[in-house]
Design a binder for this molecule. Structure first.
Ligand SMILES: N[C@@H](CCC(=O)N[C@@H](CS)C(=O)NCC(=O)O)C(=O)O
Length: 193
């Protein structure tokens, strides 16, 4: 298996934590600067985003779809509740993905020379990050219990926000869950550097 990724990518980290938790080997292919429009670096992904998984003759796009693909093959009992149908967990997943996507838009716009403060569109995107985090803080019980994909998702989001300092991180309930989940060796190993 090959995973196109970057060491700092939070969407890729969700998948890397699962791979590590299951003890699965995958070659990690660093695509470099994700702001670049250099199609070949991203392998088969026409959207020029990471992660992408290539498993023999199968290519899978999008972090959650990769997680569904892997759980079906390697963890049929779904110990981390990847394929949950719980609406609260799915809402939390949607909000976490939205916060992560908003952060990517802000970071990549700035990296490529856009003054995000000068555009109302970016103002809204930026505002959605603390709004999403406040939503999660108010519903942090979704992260309680045994290790779960929701918790891995939260740590991936949180560590990336902490690294790039796009918004302050004053969410004590979320911080406590992150501190607990980060103690798992298979989570700590992929911390962004
Ligand atoms: N929905 C996708 C989002 C992937 C994504 O946005 N990845 C970022 C890096 S963390 C990226 O490659 N961005 C490049 C770009 O937006 O041009 C997923 O879950 O895999």
């Amino acid at each position: 298996m090959k995973l196109y990724y970057t060491p700092k990518s939070h969407f890729s980290r969700k998948v890397r934590i699962l791979l590590d938790a299951w003890g699965l080997d995958a070659t990690l292919e660093d695509v470099g600067n994700v702001a670049e429009a250099s199609a070949p670096a991203f392998g088969p992904n026409p959207l020029m985003k990471v992660p992408t998984l290539v498993d023999a003759d199968r290519t899978v796009f999008d972090s959650d779809h990769i997680a569904y693909y892997l759980v079906a093959l390697h963890d049929p009992n779904d110990q981390f509740a990847v394929a949950t149908r719980d609406v609260d967990a799915l809402n939390a997943r949607a909000v976490m993905n939205g916060v992560m996507a908003a952060e990517v838009e802000i970071i990549l716009a700035r990296r490529t020379g856009t003054d995000t403060g000068a555009h109302r569109r970016f103002g809204k995107i930026l505002e959605s990050i603390p709004a999403g985090l406040a939503y999660l803080e108010a519903r942090a019980e979704v992260f309680t219990g045994p290790p779960s994909y929701a918790g891995f998702h939260l740590v991936s989001l949180w560590d990336h926000l902490a690294l790039y300092e796009v918004v302050p991180l004053d969410y004590p309930r979320l911080a406590a869950h992150v501190a607990r989940i980060t103690n798992l060796p298979y989570v700590a190993r992929s911390a962004p550097r």
